[in-house]
Design a protein around this ligand. Sequence first.
Ligand code: PLP
Length: 355
Amino acid sequence: MKKHNFYAGPSILSEYTINNTIEAVKDFAGTGLSILEISHRSKEFSAVIEEAAAMVKELLEVPEGYHVLFLGGGASLQFCMVPYNLLKNKAAYLDTGTWANKAIKEAKLFGDVDVVASSKEANYTFIPKDYVIPADADYFHITTNNTIYGTELRTDLDSPVPMVADMSSDIFSRPVDVSKYDLIYAGAQKNLAPAGVTLVIVKESAVGHVDRVIPTMLDYRTHISKGSMFNTPPVLPIYSALQTLKWYKEMGGVKKLEELDKAKAAALYDAIDSSKMFVGTTVAEDRSIMNVCFVMKPEYKELEKDFIDFASTKGIVGIKGHRSVGGFRASLYNAMPMSSVQVLIDAMKEFENNH
Ligand SMILES: *Cc1c(COP(=O)(O)O)cnc(C)c1O
């Protein structure tokens, strides 16, 4: 049976990415060797990492003065690398969920952290709007998409200080004004590649201003100067990332992807809003187009598990909500086709009619 993959991460990748990765595992770039067994310093792999960086720059229209890096350690390592490299005295953070919180915890190891606003008391069902970003902060850190709670910041804010953004779960789902950011990072396993690589876009002039000693591997300057090749980079995820980026370009770029993503999310939110059984968990204006979170209304609550079982008979997988929200979460990343979203919507309607 065809599976419809709604997992939040690792998550669906395009067939193009998966098929080309399989080919490269068997025979990479006509070398007669697997990509798994070839030097990362070979000319064939150097071409891959260079092209991947160039394609990130092209798709996101990254201005001059920025470097695109492919690092290990996941987005979680960026929670500490960012303040290690950029926090001199004080940084401002917006607390919009579990991941934002983890970033805040690490930043506190390096200096003062001003949490300008938090929606924690409301179980992160919205993105705070009224707050002041201190003009003396070294940077303002945001999490653009809150993967667990299903809220999203889809605009580039105006900030008196440069921004740093965790875009792990919505990068390449809209055009971004990169010039507003000192640094953008994204773990690959939501919208780019298999787990194991983290995309970092860093402004060259933002690094090198802290007094503390930074271990070599945690210093962005190391990776900038070596083009992400100081040590062995995660070659296979980088190869897959390049395939995804090529596919994104073929699809029409991030503007087109945004259009498709919005249409998918609108169809599912419409189904939720017009249902007597299901209800969304976040305020409408902050709804994520990547992770759609919803639950059953109190009078149907005990049917939640039954719906997951019913959906699985239709090939729908990965819709169980995160334990901190419960219910359901349907992740509609770029590689998710509208036809799969329609299968989910039909399953919701059928289940509702049966009860
Ligand atoms: C998944 C996720 C992370 C964690 O990424 P790792 O690569 O597992 O460290 C961080 N931030 C956001 C927004 C995420 O969705």
